[in-house]
Design a protein around this ligand. Structure first.
Ligand SMILES: [Zn+2]
Length: 180
């Protein structure tokens, strides 16, 4: 028992030495040994050819899509293959940073490990000007009770884009020009 505990302490010590690395500890409770561990899982994820170019565009505060050579649909976010006619897509186009809110949902509970912002907040599907499909994103700077499908939104980029989806921090409602 003492030996096992010692080993556990040793490992735990080693674990804390390697900060954020895997930690492991053995505790004895009511004659049972309880193993407690935290496993760090390093990984590398390749975004792939299409998403890499899309994210590189976001890093420059540009929203890129792929246009189908056959049916002319513009996919944003881009996909390698057209979902309508299965053509290979290679024709990159830049679309607008404003668009129409197609639909949305309001989240009323906070889940810090899952949600990028605190509740209540809204997710929407936004069809950008020049695109034929919508992108899912956060809606910010908005009165969520005033959200309506069909309203216009504009992308707000974060100050220091890094090359990922959250380079657009959120979409915010914009006034139509004739509403002054
Ligand atoms: Zn197509």
């Amino acid at each position: 028992m003492a030996g096992a505990s010692q080993t556990g302490q040793q490992l735990a010590k080693e674990g804390s030495r390697m900060e954020n690395e895997t930690t492991f500890e053995i505790q004895e409770k009511d004659g049972l040994l309880v193993h407690q561990g935290v496993i760090r899982v390093p990984y590398t994820w390749a975004a792939g050819e299409v998403a890499s170019r899309f994210y590189a565009g976001l890093r420059e505060k540009k929203v890129l899509g792929l246009r189908c050579p056959a049916c002319k649909v513009v996919l944003v976010p881009p996909k390698k293959v057209c979902h309508r006619c299965f053509s290979d897509l290679t024709d990159w186009v830049e679309v607008g940073d404003e668009g129409v809110l197609q639909t949305f949902t309001v989240v009323h509970y906070s889940e810090p490990d899952l949600h990028p912002v605190e509740a209540p907040f809204a997710y929407g599907i936004i069809k950008l000007d020049g695109a034929d499909t919508g992108m899912t994103h956060l809606i910010g700077e908005a009165d969520i009770k005033g959200l309506k499908a069909g309203m216009r939104l504009k992308a707000v980029f974060r100050h220091q884009p890094q090359g990922n989806y959250l380079d657009i921090a959120y979409f915010k409602p914009i006034e139509e020009a004739n509403h002054g």
